[in-house]
Design a protein around this ligand. Structure first.
Ligand SMILES: [Zn+2]
Length: 281
């Protein structure tokens, strides 16, 4: 029996997260925009590309050349954000055998952990490409979540974190209507997560930084939204799923090291169940 529904930290019903790929120097400007607006995000890096001498251009934007972030710059540039994996060499994992998949993920992770100094548990599929075999391989390696490039245009949480579909790419024509819809959701509409992804070099290529500044300004610095990196959303959901409930549903035990928030079904009261504590509803 469950006498409650879930809330985000602080009793909020809305959360916002971002995910940006490839670890290029334009991330620095994007993170400045995030910081100005109190936002947090996840940056998915390729361990073999962490070198200031490496300059890339992308098939879609042949005129744009952007250098990669150097390993030595990672702690400073991504301070307060999450660094996650994106494949050591940005290979399409569908094309790899099991040993090569392990190599691509594990060596990337090892490199990123050496640079950041913390366990790197998140991942974003290079080219957004994956299949069931790749997903199971990642699960076996202890990867917590992996982001795809499939837009949901919705605000639900993923049923399967290893195929975590974002809400929308920042250049999708739906982004502003979705932003308005998200901001307009009433407080009693339940758990809503807005998840935006992209590449910061796209702002350089399209010269449309003001578009992202506008989106971030609209969504940022609001008390009713929880701003979190991908791994924080994942960890919080794990804490919720780990709650232990009595048979009558009135005793809730939080065995995790994170305070969690619930909405009491009957009274609509917001309740915090502190880390490691037992609460009677
Ligand atoms: Zn990529």
């Amino acid at each position: 029996m469950k006498n409650y529904s879930y809330l985000f930290p602080g009793g909020r019903t809305k959360a916002l997260t971002f995910s940006y790929d490839d670890g290029v120097i334009a991330d620095r400007r994007l993170i400045e925009i995030f910081r100005e607006n109190g936002l947090k995000g996840t940056f998915n890096l390729n361990g073999a590309s962490l070198c200031a001498d490496k300059v890339s251009c992308w098939a879609r934007y042949p005129q744009t050349r952007v250098r990669h972030v150097d390993a030595a710059e990672v702690p400073e540039i991504y301070e307060g954000m999450e660094v996650a994996g994106h494949g050591l060499q940005h290979l399409c994992m569908e094309d790899l055998n099991d040993t090569e998949i392990t190599d691509e993920v594990h060596r990337d992770r090892t490199k990123l952990e050496a640079v950041t100094g913390y366990p790197v548990k998140g991942y974003a599929y290079a080219f957004g490409r994956y299949n069931a075999r790749v997903v199971e391989r990642l699960r076996g390696m202890g990867v917590a979540y992996a982001r795809t490039v499939v837009p949901t245009h919705g605000f639900g949480l993923p049923a399967e974190f290893l195929t975590w579909h974002p809400t929308v790419h920042h250049d999708d024509e739906q982004i502003l209507p979705l932003t308005d819809r998200f901001l307009g959701l009433p407080d009693d509409s339940g758990f809503s997560l807005f998840y935006i992804w992209g590449h910061s070099y796209e702002f350089e290529a399209k010269n449309n930084w003001e578009h992202m500044e506008d989106v971030c300004r609209r969504l940022g610095n609001r008390d009713e939204i929880w701003y979190a990196a991908n791994i924080e959303v994942y960890d919080y959901v794990q804490s919720l799923k780990g709650l232990r409930t009595s048979a009558d549903g009135n005793l809730i035990q939080n065995l995790s090291c994170t305070d969690v928030w619930l909405l009491k079904t009957e009274t609509k009261e917001k309740i915090c169940v502190p880390a490691g504590k037992l609460v009677r509803l």
